[in-house]
Design a protein around this ligand. Sequence first.
Ligand code: ATP
Ligand code: SF4
Ligand code: MG
Length: 353
Amino acid sequence: MSAPRAVPGAPPGAPPGASPLVEVSDLVVNYRVRVRGARSHAVVRAVDGVSLTVGRGVTVGLVGESGSGKSTLGRALLRLTPAAGGAVTFEGHEVLSAGRGSLRVLRQRAQLVFQNPIGSLNGRMRVGSIVREPLDIQRIGDRASRPQRVRELLDQVGLPAGAEHRYPHELSGGQQQRVALARALAPAPSLIVCDEPVAALDVSVQAQVLELLKEVQRATGVSYLFIAHDLNVVRHLARETYVMYLGAVVERGASSSLFERPRHPYTQGLVAATPVADPARSSPPPLLRGEIPSPMDVPAGCRFHTRCPFARDRCRTEVPVLAPTPDGGAVACHLWEELPRAAASGGTLLSGR
Ligand code: ATP
Ligand code: SF4
Ligand code: MG
């Protein structure tokens, strides 16, 4: 028998024949908003034709400035925010048109963990009940086995015995995030969308929670779509990273390559603006100038042209497509082959025109 072939789009390292866990194709999410003084609604193009793949048992990073559409993408692929177009498959099943039964399975198998645990935990419930609730609602296990399962989950996220009797406000921020993770893990999901899960925590606690996420992944094989502003965090955790700008993916690639030598001028700017951990290495000056434009008025041509130091006439009219790069990534820039590739630590390039 011949060896199974890798599925196109499966991430590097996925076992041959394994289909991706999540496949997002050309996803579009719009918000209709009222504009003061205007009769009609305006359309916010929050996610504007994004394709993305998450393999099994891996972490995929999603970065970009505030307002680039990261949370909207994460919510839309879980069908928590309606999409206007495109397709999402999860474990081989179409998500956007799923009926009640399939949606119930999706609600078990795909979870969301937010930045602010105290906002996502019911302050009137004790920790044990918070973690148990999804088991009750989704009728997972039986009444007799659930208390034991709750204790296992609390143990898995490193909470001390007795934590189940406490209220969320009696716990530290890091412990609250552990409760949120235990609750998310309760239905044994294969995917957790982690939306800035450590952004509200102190740096030392962040490191502990990130380590915990890795341990949980090793133990359960869960995949993470990990949304963050902090590139250092994503670099530490994600095998592959997508960079979003104003609703679109402008670059993706293996994190090692993307963060060491970014190709897209926007990624170069993000990397250059990231604090360097080693004080002996000087941080290059921030290269991202100006503000991200409004997603109600996305610039024509390359959406980054209003801020790009390399923009030429063509960039103002012609939309660059995501083109494959020799190292297995992809970049949406007309000039990527001509531009020097930024070294992450060098304080190099982007001299502008
Ligand atoms: P951040 O890093 O600040 O969390 P983000 O990348 O997650 O940003 P989103 O929250 O997805 O970005 O927002 C994308 C765009 O959609 C932004 O311009 C935002 O203002 C807009 N937006 C988000 N939610 C809504 C909503 N419910 N109604 C109208 N516009 C919205
Ligand atoms: Fe800059 Fe043009 Fe590339 Fe856009 S297409 S990133 S404007 S060089
Ligand atoms: Mg967000």
